[in-house]
Design a protein around this ligand. Sequence first.
Ligand SMILES: NC(=O)c1ccc[n+]([C@@H]2O[C@H](COP(=O)([O-])OP(=O)(O)OC[C@H]3O[C@@H](n4cnc5c(N)ncnc54)[C@H](O)[C@@H]3O)[C@@H](O)[C@H]2O)c1
Length: 348
Amino acid sequence: MTGRYLVTGGAGFVGSHIVAALLDRGDDVVVFDHLSTGHREAVLQGARLIIGDLDDERLVDYVVADGPWDGVFHFAALSIVGDSMRDPFRYIAENVGTGVRLIAACVRHKVPKFVLSSTAALFGSSRSTPIDETANYDPDSPYGESKAMLERALHWADRVHGLRSASLRYFNAAGADPAGRLGEDHAPESHLMPLVIDAALGRRAEIAVFGDDYPTPDGTCVRDYVHVADLADAHLRVLAPLATNSVRYNLGTGRGHSVLEVIQAVERVSGRRVPMRRAPRRAGDPAVLIAGADRIRRDLGWQPRYADLDAIAATALQWRQAHPDGYRTGHRRLHQGTIAELFHAVTD
Ligand SMILES: NC(=O)c1ccc[n+]([C@@H]2O[C@H](COP(=O)([O-])OP(=O)(O)OC[C@H]3O[C@@H](n4cnc5c(N)ncnc54)[C@H](O)[C@@H]3O)[C@@H](O)[C@H]2O)c1
């Protein structure tokens, strides 16, 4: 059964892949994004794009009131851990402020389902891994704290107002649309896989490996890389249980890969050597973060199709080779909706 969904941050990396998955199954999709880190070209034909800031409370209320919606997916956020350590109040104010106002608008306008992009950064580095859903909140950064606060706000939105929600804690999102339509394009890029790919393609001089003396098999940090298409699949699956109750799931493959293993995977799939430099540890990087993601497998039958690191790297490489300058070299796929009408309706 198809539906109508509002997707904040749907022009960004993860959000654009969920928009594609919704469009692929015939849903009606409206993206709300101010394009600070997202791209018009990442909004595939068939979705409507409203360019707006979630900070604009009147506009958000106007858009959410334009229902009925079957659900709201909330991806839009500031999401760089290091930045949040430098500017904690901006992260708390913006992520929590915009998120809570969006949740309140959903309650006001009787949106039945809400899906939050949450994060493994909810859990402190002192946790032993794998980390499952029984772990307590213990964020190491204001970014993680802001997501923990939104999860709590959603708890109360359900308890007081009956808004059903899913909090999906992604570990390291990576890869690209296997059909080649979408990929990862942040400026500056902070994620390992696209940085390593750029080094392999000669678009960066080298990749810095921060720390090689961690208590891991090869001394470099270990993370759980989950393919963005598998994340999209999980987002579609959680809509069913939201008919009756709220849920929280950790999303990862349950397998960890070190920084050196990511480099080797990119070397294998690209057939090129990745120039690298060893650098000191970065503050706040935990040695190992692996998801205990059995709960969503058990409850919803979710099974990552791209659990193999080479398969994840291959899709990311395919997109980057076709788009060496990111979306700037992509085709314009935007279908822009009635932004002008909306803007006037709100500001008149
Ligand atoms: N990428 C990961 O590995 C990862 C891991 C865990 C959690 N997450 C979460 O997933 C979500 C998406 O991450 P991403 O990597 O796709 O990030 P992204 O930066 O690519 O996408 C975020 C999108 O939200 C938009 N946006 C941000 N603030 C906005 C605002 N105030 N109003 C309107 N639009 C706004 C941006 O323009 C962008 O298109 C974030 O909430 C992030 O915290 C991502």
